[in-house]
Write a new protein. Structure first.
Length: 259
C-alpha cells in the first residue's frame, strides 16, 4: 500500500505540473481571473521583461513583441492581452509567433501564452486597432521556475495613439504640446507644458514604438529647438516619429516627419 500511495502522489504532482501551464485568463487585466500564470503559486521578484510594445502606436500597424527573462529560471508560462485603457475592452489583434499560442476565454477572448512551458524567450504580434481608441494597455503575468514555487512577474505597459489627441476629445488637464514644423529637415521647435510640480518626460518614438531620443524638459514653458539626434548622438534616419509628453499621469502625442 505504501508503494502504491507514493506512486499515486508522484503521478498527481506530475499531472499538476503539466496541467498548470495551460491555465488561461490570468493576465491581470481588469475582469480576468487574476494575475497568476501558474495556479496562483510563487512570490514576487520575477525577471520577465516585455520588449517591442510601442510607446506610441500607429493605426493598423503590426508590432512584434518579445517576452524574455533577465535572470533566474526560464519562463514556466505567462498570460497576456491588450485592452483599452478606458473601458478595458480587448483592442487590436494578437497573433501567435515563436513559441507562443493564442487562447480564447470568457474573460480574455484574445490572449497569448507559451505554446510549451519553460522557455527563455518567445514572440507574438499585436496589430493595433484600425481606429483611434485612445491609450491601450498591455497586461502580462508570468511565472518562472517550477509550477508550485518560483517568482511571478506582473507587467502593465501603456501605448498612446500616434495621431495624438483629435479634435473634440478631452485634452489632458494641464498638458500642452505643439511641434513646428511637422515636416522637418533640421531642428524641430517643441513647446511643451505640464502642471506645476508634476514629474514630466518628453520622448521621441520611432514607427516601431522604440524610444529614439529623450529630451530634457525646460524649467519654464520656453520653446525647445531640438536637433533631431538619437540617443547615440547621431542624426535620426528619415521617417515618421512621434513626440510623447507624459506628466501628471496623462499623455499627449504629436507626429512629425523627418526628411
Amino acid at each position: 500500500m505504501k508503494r502504491f500511495h507514493t506512486a499515486g502522489v508522484l503521478a498527481l504532482l506530475a499531472a499538476v505540473a503539466i496541467a498548470e501551464p495551460t491555465y488561461t485568463g490570468y493576465s491581470g487585466a481588469p475582469g480576468t481571473s487574476g494575475s497568476c500564470a501558474s495556479s496562483c503559486h510563487g512570490s514576487t521578484g520575477g525577471t520577465i521583461e516585455v520588449v517591442g510594445f510601442p510607446a506610441a502606436y500607429e493605426l493598423s500597424q503590426t508590432y512584434v513583441i518579445s517576452v524574455v527573462h533577465r535572470g533566474g529560471s526560464s519562463i514556466n508560462n505567462f498570460n497576456a492581452s491588450v485592452r483599452t485603457a478606458a473601458g478595458s475592452h480587448t483592442t487590436g489583434t494578437i497573433t501567435a509567433g515563436y513559441r507562443t499560442a493564442t487562447y480564447n476565454t470568457g474573460t480574455e477572448p484574445n490572449g497569448v501564452h507559451l505554446s510549451s512551458s519553460n522557455q527563455d524567450s518567445c514572440t507574438f504580434s499585436w496589430q493595433a486597432p484600425d481606429s483611434t481608441v485612445g491609450d491601450v494597455n498591455l497586461y502580462l503575468a508570468g511565472h518562472q521556475g517550477s509550477s508550485m514555487s518560483g517568482p511571478n512577474t506582473e507587467v502593465v505597459l501603456t501605448s498612446s495613439p500616434m495621431t495624438g489627441i483629435s479634435e473634440g476629445t478631452r485634452l489632458p488637464a494641464g498638458l500642452a504640446l505643439t511641434l513646428m514644423p511637422t515636416v522637418a529637415a533640421g531642428p524641430v521647435v517643441i513647446r511643451a507644458s505640464t502642471p506645476p510640480g508634476s514629474r514630466s518626460t518628453l520622448r521621441v518614438v520611432d514607427q516601431c514604438g522604440r524610444v529614439a531620443a529623450r529630451i530634457d524638459m525646460p524649467e519654464s514653458s520656453q520653446p525647445i529647438a531640438w536637433q533631431p539626434l538619437g540617443r547615440d548622438g547621431k542624426r535620426l534616419a528619415a521617417g515618421t516619429y512621434v513626440v510623447v509628453l507624459q506628466g501628471n499621469g496623462e499623455r499627449l502625442a504629436r507626429k512629425f516627419v523627418l526628411k
